[in-house]
Design a protein around this ligand. Structure first.
Ligand code: ZN
Length: 366
């Protein structure tokens, strides 16, 4: 996938074409943000993808995606493609920490949006590591002026199943040093594609032999890379066959720095702390949760009750914030959903998007 303008089919405004704004971060990376303009909107919503999907996860032509849904609900919608996006190669050509993203990507994107929207309210809906890194920026104080946040799956804490933790421990050494592969790639499922490494294609084949729940090796690879379950990444019955068939293009390859960053959080009492040792990142807090209260943004923490990637992570964040006696942070579990299907599922306009919009409207009404 590459950056390109989207033709978004809304129900109230017909087809709305996005404008693409290429940006360069302060550390020199090309990223982008796309705008679905809504001149009458008093409220603006920034949608943030996870690793290594992209803004495509919010604009899926096979069903009523979140970008169209929010536009119909009266929001101007912006779509981030930060350095974890599969529109770029940054994830596999360079090494970065979550502090790099908090220090460079989110200030660039939020700053550009703010310059375009003036003093209209800016909300954020963020998924997975897009949410985790945005929370690094918010509670690390590199961005501000956010009216509310909806987070799916993970934000300030990381919990994983024991088998996933075993993979977090072993994978970096095994992949980097033993197998000498630059990354893990769902695209290795293309068995006959000789441009893919033979070892990768062999791994995909082996994974397919273990994950008997699905005939799509790309789907099996995503589950294998990311979590614990059959499948781990979403609930099969929430996915349209078209989306399920596109898994290999919607998810990109994943290099090992991610594993090390998340492993550190799991190891440190499941809590995200400053992981980067760069001098310029020492301004970030030792633990991000400690700045909740000092920074206070109404937040809806979501998770599917069958989340097999970061199970219980957002629940733990809600519990730790409640224990501090700080209100304005809600936790909501969505029945029969997993991790990615909260945004990519075929019935999200019925099951999950209304939960998000209800929260946004309650914040706006305050
Ligand atoms: Zn599958």
């Amino acid at each position: 996938m590459i950056d390109r303008p989207y033709m978004v089919r809304t129900r109230k405004s017909g087809v709305v074409t996005s404008t693409l704004h290429p940006l360069t971060t302060a550390d020199g990376l090309a990223i982008s943000v796309s705008r679905l303009a809504h001149p009458q909107a008093t409220d603006v919503c920034l949608l943030i993808h996870g690793l290594t999907t992209s803004s495509d996860m919010f604009v899926m032509p096979e069903h009523y995606g979140l970008a169209a849904y929010l536009h119909d609900q009266g929001f101007e919608v912006w779509l981030a493609d930060f350095r974890m996006s599969n529109h770029f190669g940054h994830n596999i050509t360079g090494s970065f920490t979550f502090e790099d993203i908090a220090a460079y990507d989110w200030p660039a994107i939020v700053g550009f949006i703010r310059s375009a929207i003036g003093n209209r309210r800016l909300h954020v809906v963020a998924h997975c590591l897009g949410s985790a890194t945005f929370h690094h920026a918010l509670y690390g104080k590199s961005v501000d002026g956010i009216t509310s946040v909806v987070s799916n799956s993970i934000s300030l804490h990381a919990r994983v199943h024991p088998w996933s933790f075993a993979k977090l421990v072993v994978a970096p050494f095994l992949v980097d040093k033993v197998l000498r592969l630059p990354y893990l790639d769902p695209g290795w499922a293309e068995r006959e594609n000789k441009s893919k490494p033979w070892l990768g294609r062999a791994i995909a084949r082996a994974v397919g032999l273990v994950h008997l729940e699905c005939n799509e090796d790309a789907c099996n690879m995503v589950s294998f890379i990311w979590g614990t379950g059959a499948p781990a990444i979403f609930q099969h019955d929430q996915m349209s066959p078209i989306t399920h068939g596109r898994v290999g293009e919607l998810f990109g390859p994943i290099a090992m720095p991610y594993f090390r960053n998340v492993r550190s959080a799991v190891w440190h009492n499941n809590t995200f702390g400053r992981y980067s040792d760069k001098p310029e990142h020492q301004r970030f807090p030792a633990r991000y949760i400690d700045n909740v209260g000092d920074v206070r943004v109404p937040t809806l923490l979501l998770s599917g009750d069958k989340n097999n990637i970061f199970p219980g992570s957002n629940k733990l964040t809600a519990e730790r914030i409640a224990a501090k006696g700080i209100d304005g942070y809600e936790y909501r579990e969505i029945a029969n959903y997993g991790h990615q299907d909260l945004f990519m599922g075929k019935d999200c306009d019925r099951d999950t998007f209304p939960v998000m919009v209800d929260f946004l409207h309650r914040v706006i009404a305050r």
